[in-house]
Design a protein around this ligand. Sequence first.
Ligand code: TXA
Ligand code: MG
Length: 326
Amino acid sequence: MSHQMEILEAASGLQRAVALLRAGDCVALPTETVYGLAADAANDKAVSQIFKAKGRPADHPLIVHIARAAELSRWATDVPDLAYRLADQYWPGPLTLLLHKAPDVSSVVTGGRDTIALRTPEHPLFLRILEETGLGLAAPSANRYKKLSPTTAMQVATGMQGEIKAVLDGGPCEFGLESTILDLTSTTPTILRAGPITRASLEDFLEQSVEEPGSHTVAVPGNVAAHYQPGTSLRVVRDDTLAGADDPSVCYLFWSGSAAEQLDAAGVEGARMLKLPGEAGEYAKRLYSSLHQLDAGGFEEIRVEAPPTGEAWAAVNDRLRRAEGR
Ligand code: TXA
Ligand code: MG
C-alpha cells in the first residue's frame, strides 16, 4: 500500500472509519491514552493486518476494546465480580483487564494465549465507532513494533505511512501514556503494565492489596524491556550531570529548575531542549510528543533528566526505562 494515508477529520471522517472497519480494514483511532490501530477483533484476517502493519510478532497479544462492561462475557469466561466492579468504577477509561478468554474467541487476537485483555476507552470518537459498528476492536498502539506510541494523528501519519489506509484525527490524547493493565486471572490482582490508573487508586477502591512486580520480571510477550523507543538513543541521567559537559549532538528533556540552570550555564538553547511540567499527569501527557519532536531533530542522543520517583510517576519511569532499553 503505497498511496498517501487518509487523515480523516473527526466530524466528516467518522462514517468512513466505520465503513473501513466493517470491511475488515485497519484504521488508526484516537483513544484517551494513545492512538490505537483498530480492526475487527473477531475477523482473523483483519487482525493479521494489524500485526503486519506494525511489524509485530504474532505471539504479542492485542487489547480488545469493547463498548461497555456488559460485553465482557462475550469475550471472556469466568469473569469475576471484581472485573465488573472495576469496570463500573474506571470505564470508560485507561484500565485494561486481563481475563480468561471465551472459548470461541480466536487465538489470533490473543497471540495464542488463553487470556484476553479488555477495556472500554474514553475517547468519544472511539466510543461512537464501537456503538456504530457493534464490533469489538483490537487495537494496539498505532506505531511500528518497538517504536514510540503516537499521541497525535500526525505522528501516526508519519510513523505508519504506507502501512495503513487511514487515521481518524481526534486531537492530542488526554493521558499520553498507555493504559494500566491489571491481571485478574490469579488470586491477587496484579499490575502487568503501569499506567494512568495507579496501584494506590486500585487498592483504595478495592480495599485489598494489588501486586506490581518490576517490569523486568514479568515475562509477557509485548512487555519486553526494549520497547517504546525513539530512533535516537536515549539516556536518563539520574544524578546532577545533565549538561555538565555539553555536546552539540545531544538534546535535552528536563523538568526541574536546577536542570534549567545547568542547561543555561552550559549555553544550551533553542530546539536542543524541551521543558516538561513537574506534575506527573501533565508530564505524562506530553512525554511521547516531546520525544517524537526531539527524535525528529537529527540529534545523536536524547538526554533525559530523571523524573521524580514514587507512585504517581510509576508509568512515566516505566516507559523511560524501556525507551532507554534497560
Ligand atoms: O492504552 C492502551 O492500552 C493502548 C490503546 C490503543 O488502547 N493500547 C496498547 O496496546 O497499548 P499495545 O498492544 O501497544 O499493548 C498491549 C499490551 C501487550 O503488549 C501485552 O503486554 C499486553 O497488552 N497484553 C495484551 N493481551 C495480553 C494477554 N492476553 N496476556 C498478557 N498480556 C497481554
Ligand atoms: Mg504499544
